[in-house]
Write a protein that binds this ligand. Structure first.
Ligand code: FPP
Length: 254
């Protein structure tokens, strides 16, 4: 569960470089207010705006958001339609502001399943912000961690068949280079809202050493103080990457 760390400003050198979030609880937020689930997604988009700004201001380098999983296609048709419309309108409405805020926008996932219009907005948004040097905002859309591993394996196999690689050369490091986000720092902090204690096929490969943080807060209610609380909990963790606690303490004091 979430750590009960007191909310103090985390010193910059203890901040996560890359935060990855499963934005859960939009539907419950709406249902508790007797509103349609889609109202929760609209409110969730407002939370995205808040948290993107807060991450940029705090010098976080990468924010990866799970916006639509490969499995979300199975939701009621109307909800999927509303989500797709929300992505298009948010992209259209926000791109200028994001660009001005020096945000670089990236998408990961199998984008071919989206409408031609949405794919076009996505491509335009990526092109327009490609040279920005502030926060990199990654939107995982029609993304699944297993899909990511499979697409990397397929591309490695193609390279072997084409004679560009020997199968003996396949290692975790090599496979890593074929995974989404391989050019960015690995996620330091994973946040999931709405009380579910699962990864739900998000960044399976990339989360190998990520610190996990869970909060009961529903995504539309998630605000800057919740982000601060997650960062404070992260700063209080000892990351061992397979070493012993003593080894890490010796290394940190060397
Ligand atoms: C999970 O809540 C949320 C989603 C499947 C969609 C997330 C989308 C947004 C926050 C919209 C805006 C995003 C961008 C990037 C513009 P849920 O519906 O599973 O909630 P529940 O578990 O309470 O039913």
């Amino acid at each position: 569960m979430s750590d009960d760390a007191p909310v103090v400003l985390t010193p910059p050198d203890k901040m996560p470089r890359h935060v990855a979030i499963v934005m859960d609880g939009n539907g419950r937020w709406a249902q508790r207010r007797l509103l349609p689930r889609t109202a929760g997604h609209r409110e969730g988009a407002k939370a995205v705006r808040r948290i993107v700004q807060a991450c940029g201001e705090r010098g976080i380098e990468v924010l990866t958001l799970f916006a639509f999983s490969s499995e979300n296609w199975n939701r009621p048709r109307r909800e999927v339609d509303v989500l797709m419309n929300l992505f298009v309108t948010t992209l259209r409405g926000e791109i200028r502001r994001l660009d001005q805020a020096n945000v670089r926008l990236r998408f990961i996932g199998d984008l071919r399943a989206f409408s031609a219009t949405l794919q076009e907005y996505i491509a335009k948004a990526q092109r327009r912000t490609a040279a920005n040097t502030g926060l990199t905002m990654v939107i995982a859309a029609n993304y699944g961690g297993r899909w990511d591993i499979a697409q990397a394996a397929r591309r490695v196999a193609e390279a072997v068949v084409a004679g560009k690689l020997q199968s003996e050369q396949i290692s975790p490091e090599l496979l890593h280079d074929f995974m989404s986000l391989s050019d960015l720092p690995e996620p330091d902090l994973f946040i999931r809202t709405a009380g579910e204690l699962r990864i739900s096929n998000f960044l399976l490969w990339q989360l190998a050493y990520t610190e996990l943080y869970f909060t009961d807060r529903l995504w539309p209610d998630f605000d800057v103080s919740d982000l601060e609380a997650a960062c404070a909990a992260f700063a209080g963790r000892q990351r061992r990457f397979g070493l012993t606690g003593e080894q890490v303490a010796r290394r940190d004091h060397a």
